[in-house]
Design a protein around this ligand. Structure first.
Ligand code: PRP
Length: 238
C-alpha cells in the first residue's frame, strides 16, 4: 500500500497494495483512508508523520503501505510495484490519457469510488478578468494547469482556443503575474482562490478518491485482494 500527498487541499490520499502490499498515500487522503483500512482489518503500525520510511508495516503480515507521490500511484499499480492503490480521480484521468482514457487498456481495474477527499476541478480567473466576454469573443485563452488532459478535453468540447501552460504546483500564481488568463485546478474549500483574488468561473468535474487495482495481481492473488476490495466496499456503503 502506498501513501501519497493528496491532490485535494490540504491533502488528498492515494494508496496501493503491492504483492500482498497495500499502498495508501500520505496527507489528507491517507488520513481519510485509515478508517477504510481498519475496516479491512489493516492497521498501519508506523506513524507516517514521524517516520521517514517509505514502506510502512501493517498489522497484517504481507500487507505493507507504500509512501509515494499522488501522481505516482497509478504508475506503481500499473507496473505491479503495488497491487492496489488509492488515488484521486484527477490523477487517474491524467494518467489514463496515454491509454485513451481506458482503465482496462492500462491493465487496471477501478472497482470503487471511495467517496473521500472530495473536491472539484474548476476554471478560475482574476476577479477583474471578464472570462465570459473573452469566451464569447472567441479570444485565445492562456490557461495554466497541472491537468493538461482534462483542460484539453474541456476547452475542445467548448470550442475555445486555449494555449495550455503546464505547471506542477502553486498554479494560482500564474494569473497574478500575467503568465496566464485562467487556471484549471482543484478547489476544495476555495480559500486559496479567495486569498489570491481569484474566482471560479466554470465547474469542470467533481473529484474523489478511487480504488485502483492491478488486473494481473487480482488474477494471481484473488482471495486476499478480493477480501480487501470487499472490505473497502462495505466500509464505503456503511
Ligand atoms: C491544491 C490545489 C489548490 C488548493 C485548493 O493545492 O492545487 O491550490 O489545494 O484548496 P482550497 O480550495 O481548500 O484552498 P495543493 O495543496 O495540493 O498544493 P499545490 O498548489 O502545490 O498543488
Amino acid at each position: 500500500m502506498t501513501r501519497w500527498r493528496p491532490s485535494c487541499a490540504p491533502w488528498a490520499p492515494t494508496s496501493s497494495v503491492s504483492n500482498d502490499h497495500l499502498s495508501p498515500v500520505q496527507g489528507r487522503i491517507f488520513e481519510e483512508t485509515l478508517p477504510l483500512l481498519r475496516a479491512a482489518g489493516i492497521e498501519v503500525l508506523d506513524d507516517p508523520d514521524t517516520s521517514r520510511n517509505l514502506i510502512l508495516d501493517t498489522s497484517q503480515p504481507g500487507v505493507r503501505v507504500l509512501v509515494v507521490r499522488a501522481s505516482a500511484v497509478p504508475i506503481y499499480v500499473q507496473q505491479g510495484g503495488a497491487d492496489l492503490g488509492i488515488t484521486g480521480r484527477d490523477t487517474l484521468i491524467e494518467h489514463l490519457a496515454k491509454w485513451g482514457g481506458s482503465v482496462g487498456a492500462a491493465g487496471l481495474y477501478q472497482p470503487l469510488d471511495l467517496g473521500i477527499s472530495r473536491c472539484r476541478i474548476s476554471v478560475a480567473v482574476r476577479v477583474d478578468f471578464d472570462y465570459a466576454f473573452a469566451v464569447r469573443q472567441g479570444a485565445r485563452l492562456r490557461v495554466a494547469t497541472k491537468y493538461l488532459a482534462i483542460a484539453r478535453e474541456f476547452f475542445a468540447a467548448k470550442g475555445v482556443h486555449a494555449d495550455l501552460i503546464k505547471l506542477y504546483g502553486s498554479v494560482e500564481l500564474a494569473p497574478l503575474v500575467g503568465l496566464s488568463d485562467a487556471i484549471i485546478d482543484l478547489v476544495s474549500t476555495g480559500n486559496t482562490l479567495r486569498a489570491n483574488q481569484l474566482v471560479e468561473v466554470e465547474h469542470i468535474m467533481d473529484i474523489s478518491a478511487r480504488l485502483v487495482v492491478n488486473q494481473a495481481s487480482l488474477k494471481l492473488k484473488q482471495a486476499p485482494m478480493r477480501a480487501i476490495i470487499d472490505a473497502f466496499a462495505s466500509a464505503v456503503a456503511a
